[in-house]
Write a protein that binds this ligand. Structure first.
Ligand code: HAM
Length: 438
């Protein structure tokens, strides 16, 4: 045997139940987001580095330290996408999606890349599901976005009492600069109590200091001047309306004046959903906010935008910690087992799975000549609810012995009747067969 390889550091193979869970998360997203009027968008996994540098901000950790950047053969700077908001806005500008004033609601799902120090819930290639509403300035768009995020997690199965919604407003070009200066002054005054990174941020990007993971820095920053009191009238009104809409919808939130998020494009509303169990310091399972200046930053016309992204791996860890069943590896409803060596037996089993699949029922059979015992094991692993046993005797009678794996009941069924027998035994199967994506 030759040399073997692992996946690159910080990157994992999604297989078995992990892959099934990723597919289910996407199905839940598709179904939930469709109810809010969202359509899918697929953008490249790489963009010109400039798109991220200008969109996310040169002084952020994501752009400054975490991007996988390289030159293509023509010498143009490209980067693997560390997130997808900048790419979606770039695509919307390119395709004039919002030029008619109607707005666009888009969602995506796929891998993102950040060169971070890997730890639980933090990888270098990770999966996000995100949504962006482009061209909507009203507070109602903010409230709808937050409700949709909450709806996603609830539909996925995370108990509401395990999640905490944090909310803040970061102001805009009118009120933020003065606050930024105040925070920079605060950092300088407390330089002796803060880490080197925070002190350096006074000059580069003072608001990032709110994100410092250092416990002692965080304690100092509890005394930092909050923006909330210094919001301009427009921002204050906008924020009050968002809160009123969430109150009316009955969604609880925690106002957190230190929530500034790690990307520079945010204006006004920012939000994050955190969980307490299972994740340690990487406890944000999703977050987002408004970015009313991003279109212009990327050369487009002034256009408001708001969105969020969900971290798939962290959501899965949160589900596990909450004891919510992630979907198993189940891939088949019926396992057709071969019990005998008679001529044509395997071919008859093959014909039967073909017939079941044509009726919309997930069915597998053994392709490797395993023993009956091994086939039953495989049926278990595949999550089969029924095993159709085909032996020499059954073949002679033109049917199978159908075993219900839950009740353990068995009955002989003619091959011609097997589809209707299965539908009669489990009515949900018939609904599923008519609507195979569910
Ligand atoms: P973000 O907060 O950087 O926002 O990422 C969103 C989520 O992705 C995080 O809450 C976290 O669950 C997950 N995540 C981030 N980095 C990692 C990592 N290294 N490993 C595992 N999971 C990770 C954004 O990306 C924005 N684009 C969200 C947005 C959309 N804002 C407006 N529209």
């Amino acid at each position: 045997m030759g040399q073997t390889f692992t996946a690159p550091k910080g990157m994992i193979d999604l297989l078995g139940s992990g892959a099934a869970a990723w597919e289910r998360a996407q199905t839940v997203a598709r179904e939930v987001f469709a109810r809010y009027g969202y359509a899918p968008i697929y953008t490249p996994l790489v963009e010109y580095t400039e798109v991220f540098a200008r969109g996310i901000g040169e002084a952020t950790d994501v752009v400054g330290k975490e991007m996988y950047s390289f030159e293509d053969r023509g010498g143009r700077g490209l980067s693997l996408r560390p997130e997808n908001t900048a790419g979606v806005v770039r695509a919307a500008i390119d395709a004039h999606l919002t030029d008619n004033g109607g707005g666009a609601k888009l969602y995506y799902a796929g891998p993102m890349f950040r060169y971070e120090r890997p730890q639980k819930g933090r990888q270098r290639q990770f999966y996000q599901i995100g949504a962006e509403a482009l061209g909507f300035a009203a507070p109602m768009a903010d409230a709808e976005m937050i409700l949709m995020l909450w709806d996603f997690f609830c539909t996925l199965g995370l108990p509401a009492e395990r999640m905490r919604l944090l909310l803040n407003s970061m102001g805009d070009g009118d009120c933020r600069p003065a606050w930024r200066d105040e925070v920079a002054a605060f950092i300088r005054n407390h330089a002796h109590e803060l880490c080197e990174d925070c002190v350096r941020r006074a000059d580069t990007n003072p608001l990032r200091a709110f994100d410092c993971k250092n416990e002692s820095c965080r304690a100092v920053f509890e005394g930092a001047p909050p923006l909330t009191g210094a919001l301009c009238d427009d921002c204050a009104r906008h924020f009050a309306q968002v809160r009123a809409l969430l109150d009316a919808a009955g969604l609880d939130y925690v106002l957190d004046p230190t929530l500034v998020r790690g990307l520079d494009y945010y204006t006004r509303t920012v939000f994050e959903i955190q969980v307490d169990d299972g994740l340690g310091s990487q406890n944000a399972i999703g977050g987002g906010g408004r970015y009313d200046g991003l279109f212009e930053q990327l050369g487009g016309r002034p256009t408001p935008g708001i969105g969020f992204a969900i971290g798939f791996e962290r959501s899965l860890l949160a589900m596990e910690a909450a004891g919510v069943d992630a979907p198993g590896e189940g891939t088949a409803t019926v396992y057709v087992a071969v019990a005998g060596t008679g001529a044509g037996l395997r071919e008859a089993a093959f014909a039967l799975v073909t017939r079941l699949r044509a009726a919309g029922i997930a069915a597998v059979t053994d392709l490797t000549n395993r023993s009956l015992k091994a086939q039953f094991k495989q049926a278990d692993r595949a999550g089969a609810r029924f095993v159709a046993v085909m032996g020499d005797d059954e073949q002679a009678r033109g049917g199978v012995t159908l075993r219900n794996m839950d009740s353990k009941r068995e009955e002989f069924v003619l091959a011609d009747d097997i589809v209707s027998a299965l539908f009669a035994l489990s009515p949900d199967l018939s609904a599923q067969a008519k609507n195979p994506t569910r």
